[in-house]
Design a protein around this ligand. Structure first.
Ligand code: GUN
Ligand code: FE
Length: 427
């Protein structure tokens, strides 16, 4: 499909609310100039759209694109390896040595080519991505993601303490490099944007956080970081920032929270911290696979939703091994059941519909009007052939979609993928 105005005809499914999914069979989803115009029965298609090219998706499922709002591109290289430590030891043992390699652009070229290729072929349409401290490698990553046609926020990481010499910057150099990078990439890309990326409080001094707060205002850029992921980390932040009433306050003091900010994890957020996240409109990236594999804990995702926080899903590769947002949805449901069983029976487990909402609308809203087939939303769509998931009886469309949430990573074939109306090459 070369035009950005067309009709997808098929089994169109999307979240109409946090708890409800519409599945309309054999209908037409209309894309005009990259934006969804709505969904109609073929017989009721408004005349204005009658002449548009029609992509017949047959019996495939057509669903909104997935949004991975927390993933580390350089860590894709060691995904599935070294999953035997908790956070701080894992960072020191595996992650920092790997990220130090990205000083070498030849290595970065090899590694980021693999990451960008695999992300392009995955159900993820949009991503919020950590790079490393290295500006040239981060630029390369941005070039590669731009070439995929996906939409992304990409961050040059800031770190000026508690890291090996090979992966630490001086405070002044870190802020200056960030400024230069932001100047350099301004207006350069259509679908790739910079995002400020203080790694987390243990890696960033208050002085550098303050500079980043200024830079945020000056350049009007969004922010990503980590928050309250692991018990030792939370205790460490208490020592590092004795002035902060909660971990989140160590970011808020410098103007780094807000509706433009994604904080990953929030497994151990106190009532005060939850209130801060809600008042500031900060996004929580719920990363269930990483929380399990780094033995961080079970995040109270139901509580975030009940409290009205903005929440989406992250794969957090390589804390989580899998880049698959199918896996992230299924893991979110499973983790919420463990929390309910072992921690708090007041917090009802997530349903598959809610997991789909988190992956599409919840995270998508960080990018604007994204995640639904409704008028005015960016047209992000996946055409999914689930026929390899064989069944001895006919399944309804909602049953097939539910099965994809749990089994998509092993048996759903992505046939076509569109991001803001542009078809993505899946070869
Ligand atoms: N906290 C600080 N850095 C990281 C990271 O790379 N991964 C995860 N999961 N948590 C972090
Ligand atoms: Fe992370």
């Amino acid at each position: 499909m070369t035009s950005d105005s067309f009709v997808l005809k098929g089994n169109i499914c999307w979240s109409t609310s946090q708890t409800e999914v519409a599945c309309e069979e054999g209908v037409c989803a209309v894309c005009v100039g990259g934006t969804c115009a709505g969904v109609w029965d073929a017989a009721d298609l408004p005349d204005a759209y009658a002449g548009l090219p029609v992509v017949d998706c047959g019996d495939a499922l057509v669903i909104p694109g997935m949004n991975d709002i927390h993933v580390h591109a350089p860590q894709y290289a060691f995904r599935g390896i070294g999953m035997d430590r908790e956070l701080i030891e894992w960072l020191n043992t595996y992650t920092f040595p790997e990220e130090a390699r990205y000083r070498d652009l030849t290595y970065a070229e090899r590694a980021y080519s693999i990451f960008a290729d695999d992300l392009r072929r995955s159900p993820t349409c949009r991503a919020v991505v950590f790079g490393t401290i290295h500006v040239p490698a981060t630029r390369l990553l941005m070039d590669k993601l731009e070439a995929t046609g996906l939409v992304s926020y990409v961050g040059k990481v800031n770190m000026d303490r508690n890291a090996p010499l090979s992966l630490v910057e001086t405070s002044g150099a870190s802020a200056a490099a960030t400024r230069r990078w932001l100047d350099d990439v301004a207006g350069r890309y259509e679908r790739t944007r910079p995002i400020l990326t203080p790694r987390f409080t243990p890696s960033v001094t208050d002085g550098l956080m303050k500079d980043l707060g200024w830079i945020r205002e000056e350049f009007d850029v969004p922010v990503q970081s980590h928050l309250s992921e692991n018990l030792s980390e939370v205790a460490w932040v208490r020592e590092l920032c004795p002035w902060a009433s909660c971990y989140g306050a160590a970011y808020d003091r410098f103007g780094l929270l807000g509706p433009h900010t994604v904080m990953a994890h929030c497994v151990y957020s106190s009532d005060e911290e939850m209130g801060l996240l809600r008042r500031t409109g900060t996004y929580v990236a719920h990363c269930p696979q990483s929380n399990a594999q780094l033995a961080s804990g079970i995040a109270p995702v139901r509580r975030y939703l009940d409290e009205g926080l903005s929440v989406g899903l992250g794969t957090d590769v390589a804390g989580g091994a899998s880049l698959s947002m199918w896996r992230a949805m299924s893991d979110a449901v499973a983790a919420s059941k463990l929390r309910w069983r072992f921690v708090d029976q007041e917090l009802a487990p997530l349903t598959w519909q809610e997991a789909l909402w988190l992956a599409t609308v919840g995270g998508g809203s960080f990018f604007g009007f994204v995640g639904k087939f409704e008028e005015g939303y960016d047209f992000d769509a996946l055409v999914v052939d689930d026929s390899a998931l064989r069944a001895p009886r006919e399944l309804s469309v909602p049953e097939r979609l539910e099965r994809c949430v749990h089994l998509g990573s092993e048996g759903a074939r992505l046939v076509r993928k569109f991001v803001a109306g542009r078809e993505i090459d899946l070869a």
